[in-house]
Write a protein that binds this ligand. Structure first.
Ligand SMILES: Cc1cc2nc3c(=O)[nH]c(=O)nc-3n(C[C@H](O)[C@H](O)[C@H](O)COP(=O)(O)OP(=O)(O)OC[C@H]3O[C@@H](n4cnc5c(N)ncnc54)[C@H](O)[C@@H]3O)c2cc1C
Length: 485
């Protein structure tokens, strides 16, 4: 190991202790990727601070050694955002797990950035605030951190009605790339003074600094629900139902779709009782005032029938309802049963175009010789085609990247967005110019450079950089699926 790196490790150990720094090549393998297995890179080291002052001291030290810095939460991201490409030190928040305050009266929680999403909900319940919760609920909520949720502006199953992470963050504390500590709106009250720093930091994917503490809004849990699932003989009809419900003016809490292959994977893993011959399944929940829910339920049921639902089941037993949502949330985890590796794509399309988009996405998969299965937050217009492949086969990896590019470009071309919730990371960086004009991209880069003039923190992710470009995609070879033949 080079002397300069040894010196850096030594200085970092003085800040966080010997057990707070990893540099052994085998141990570093754990940190070579996130949930996007296509983009891999070994960091030079991983450091585990336990508080903001340690983060600030680590940042200053790493900067003095002129090394890149990459913030990392739990590594559940799906766009390669927390991976080091070339040399760089990962600053992990996984030991910053203190819930500092739960203030039920003022509906506020203050947490360190490494607190897991579900851990906060559990702690609120334990503090006697069972009626309140932190609403953002990404399906990764058992593992992903609130800092990571804010950095990616995570969505989830109930964000259709209740909003994404940025709508629930009142304030942030951030260690800037020069090691200074900035706090915004940290009083717990929405004061609206000055630029909206939490808004800017939410969704910045670790490119502007390291979030160390968050002031989280707590909101009442909905008390009354109606939950149904409807099965269809085609994803087209299922997605048409979603589009029609949105067009009707009803805003459900959630509208989640699984295609036939996904239904069978989930059923095989969790034995909920889904029909194995269905080609698509819609999970739909509405919440609100009990008296109006019956009327809304009748309206959505009618829409399901008009779109030829084969069966519609109401799920009124609370235990069965929990099982239903648990099966949905664990769907991604079950894919390992059918594929060695998978790449979860993520884009957004106008809801009215969901039915045709879903068909086109599957055609693109077939063109590139890839199996695609789908499970997605359809109500938000999110699409999550999951491309199945074997990461040991480089040619297959390239086909995954080609197919991903084609389907993302298609979604943008029909008025959609490059990402629905997983972010841009390194994965979609090359497609940012398809989404934004040069003046907009230039503005993003100017914001980045205002926070981070040396472009040290997570450069080459989210915002096209004038310093660093990480190339994942190679030119398509002739005579391969998707290539010229
Ligand atoms: C099974 C599964 C289901 C998922 N479901 C959803 C879903 O429903 N909705 C959704 O939106 N996403 C989902 N995701 C994606 C992922 O869980 C989210 O993006 C999550 O918010 C990432 O949190 P993390 O702590 O794992 O962050 P990481 O993966 O560690 O990092 C993600 C990005 O945030 C940055 N970052 C992390 N922590 C900080 C910090 N403290 N300060 C500054 N930057 C930071 C990193 O640099 C990186 O760019 C899912 C992923 C999996 C594997």
């Amino acid at each position: 190991m080079a002397t300069a790196l040894l010196n850096l490790l030594d200085e970092l150990q003085q800040i966080v202790g010997e057990r707070g720094v990893l540099s052994d090549a085998n141990e570093l393998r754990v940190y070579e990727c996130d949930g996007f297995p296509v983009a891999k890179g070994l960091p030079s080291a991983v450091v585990f601070p336990t508080n903001t002052d340690q983060v600030a001291a680590c940042v200053k030290t790493i900067a003095r050694h002129n090394m890149p810095i990459i913030p990392r939460g739990s590594g559940t991201g799906l766009a390669g955002g927390c991976v080091a490409f070339g040399e760089g030190v990962l600053i992990s928040t996984s030991r910053m797990t203190k819930i500092e305050k739960i203030d039920l009266k003022n509906r506020l929680a203050v947490v360190q950035a490494g607190v897991r999403n579900l851990a906060l909900t559990d702690a609120i319940a334990a503090a006697g605030g069972g009626g309140l919760h932190f609403s953002p609920d990404p399906s990764s909520q058992r593992a992903s951190t609130i800092g990571g949720n804010a950095a990616t502006n995570a969505g989830g199953i109930n964000t259709l009605k209740h909003g994404v992470t940025t709508n629930h963050i009142l304030g942030v504390e951030v260690v800037m790339p020069d090691g200074s500590i900035v706090q915004s709106r940290a009083t717990g009250l929405y004061d609206g003074i000055g630029p909206d720093l939490p808004g800017l930091l939410c969704g910045s994917e670790g490119t502007l600094g390291i979030i160390t503490r968050l002031w989280c809004r707590l909101v009442p849990k909905p008390k009354h629900f109606r939950t149904i699932y409807a099965v269809f003989d085609s994803t087209y009809n299922c997605c048409k139902t979603v589009a029609d419900v949105i067009a009707s003016g009803i805003v459900p809490t959630s509208m989640e779709v699984m295609d036939g292959a996904m239904i069978r994977v989930v059923e095989d893993a969790f034995h909920y009782g889904f029909p194995l011959d269905a080609q698509a399944l819609l999970l739909l929940e509405i919440d609100g005032v009990d008296q109006v829910l019956e009327e809304q339920l009748a309206a959505v049921t009618d829409i399901c029938r008009l779109n030829k639902a084969m069966d519609i089941k109401q799920c009124s037993d609370p235990k069965r309802r929990m099982e239903l949502w648990s099966a949905r949330k664990r769907a991604f985890g079950a894919i390992g049963r059918i594929s060695h590796s998978y790449c979860t794509q993520d884009a957004c399309v106008p809801r009215s175009k969901l039915p045709e988009a879903q068909e086109r996405i599957n055609q693109i998969g077939a063109k590139h010789g890839l199996k695609i299965t789908n499970v997605f937050h359809a109500g938000d217009g999110n699409v999550h085609p999951i491309l199945l492949f074997d990461e040991e086969k480089p040619e297959e990896v390239q086909r995954v990247l080609q197919a991903s590019q084609e389907l993302l470009e298609y979604c943008i071309s029909i008025g959609g967005a490059l990402t629905g919730e997983h972010g841009v990371g390194v994965e979609k960086l090359h497609l940012m110019p398809k989404m934004f004009n040069p003046a907009t991209l230039d503005t993003f880069l100017k914001i980045k450079k205002t926070f981070d003039p040396e472009q040290r923190v997570n450069d080459g992710k989210l915002i096209p950089s004038d310093k660093l470009y990480i190339e994942l995609l190679k030119p398509i070879a002739p005579n391969t699926p998707g290539g010229a033949s």
